[in-house]
Design a protein around this ligand. Structure first.
Ligand code: C2E
Ligand code: MG
Ligand code: MG
Ligand code: MG
Length: 284
């Protein structure tokens, strides 16, 4: 009743919008603390060669299990981090931690070193210090540049394509590779393919989901992306592969690398997972 007296637009007792905003502020405060105190962790999802089945690398995925809130979905906290600018500090921590952890990984099946992929956001690459931070992470961790891959989404480069392209060229000159993430879900996929220096294209899970329906647009477009990427000298990763049928079809389309639950879910202990897997294959 009092709130009514204060006029329209004032907060009433049961304002779901207010509750949501409070919860969000609270989450934001907890996240800021978690980032500052380095209380996030990384899970690593393995990537496997289509033909060999060998593990060639793994993608670092941020995880947050808050003391009070419990485990928070990355989709939720990464969105909050992007909207508040926290992603800059969060992303810096992920980059450094992934480099340090990957520096101590065992080698893959063929004796080759595994690559670690790190997601980077628009705000992060817009920092003038970004190039220096990549170099510093490599130097401090001792990880060879050829073992690092940076994943960018289309929204990450919506700003200025030319300056992004220049920055990416400098990063590639270090020996780091670049992947176009969630490919096909943005508005400028072809422009990105044309203008950005990249080594890999990651076909989004939404295409992979429909790939076995060979008359679907998703399947036709997947085929197109594979051949276009190959013509431009890029390799293709399929994301979110869940079934052997999808893997078989993606393989026949010429896809190079698979990532998804069929291979493995994101692993909190990648070295342990590799170890038990090596044991399992040795016993076959
Ligand atoms: P993404 O980069 O496209 O990462 C792949 C997401 O797909 C991961 O979700 C992974 O767990 C999920 N996934 C992989 N294979 C399968 C599958 O076979 N089936 C299904 N249903 N899902 C699968 P996650 O870990 O929830 O991450 C969500 C998104 O959050 C990531 O999407 C990425 O964009 C973002 N993200 C995570 N960590 C970071 C980070 O450190 N920095 C930034 N900037 N973004 C991050
Ligand atoms: Mg990614
Ligand atoms: Mg992705
Ligand atoms: Mg995706």
């Amino acid at each position: 009743v009092r709130s009514k007296a204060k006029g329209r637009g004032r907060v009433t007792q049961f304002d779901p919008g207010l509750l949501a905003r409070r919860a969000r502020h609270h989450l934001e405060r907890r996240l800021r603390e978690a980032v500052r105190e380095a209380r996030l962790t990384l899970a690593y999802q393995p990537l496997a060669g289509v033909l060999s089945g060998r593990i060639v690398g793994a993608e670092a995925l941020a995880r947050w299990d808050d003391e009070e809130l419990g485990p928070v979905s990355p989709v939720e906290f990464i969105t909050v981090a992007e909207e508040t600018g926290l992603i800059v500090d969060l992303g810096r921590w992920v980059l450094r931690t992934a480099c340090f952890e990957a520096a101590s990984w065992p080698s893959g099946g063929g004796g080759d070193r595994l690559k670690v992929s790190v997601n980077v956001s628009a705000l992060q690459i817009a920092q003038p210090s970004f190039f220096r931070e990549v170099l510093q992470a490599l130097t401090d961790s001792g990880l060879p540049a050829s073992c690092l891959c940076l994943e960018l989404t289309e929204t990450a480069v919506i700003g200025d394509m030319r300056s992004t392209a220049q920055l990416l060229r400098e990063i590639r000159d270090l020996g780091v590779s670049i992947a176009l993430d969630d490919f096909g879900t943005g508005f400028s996929s072809l422009t990105m393919l044309r203008d950005l220096p990249a080594d890999l294209v990651k076909i989004d899970k939404s295409f992979v989901d429909k790939v076995t329906d060979e008359t679907s647009a998703d399947s036709v477009l997947t085929r197109l992306v594979v051949s276009t990427a190959h013509s431009l000298g890029m390799r293709v990763v399929a994301e979110g592969v869940e079934t052997a049928e999808q893997a078989g079809l993606l393989g026949s389309m010429g896809c190079d690398v698979l990532q998804g639950w069929l291979i493995a879910k994101p692993q909190p202990d990648l070295a342990g997972w590799l170890h038990s897997r090596a044991g399992a294959t040795a016993g076959e």
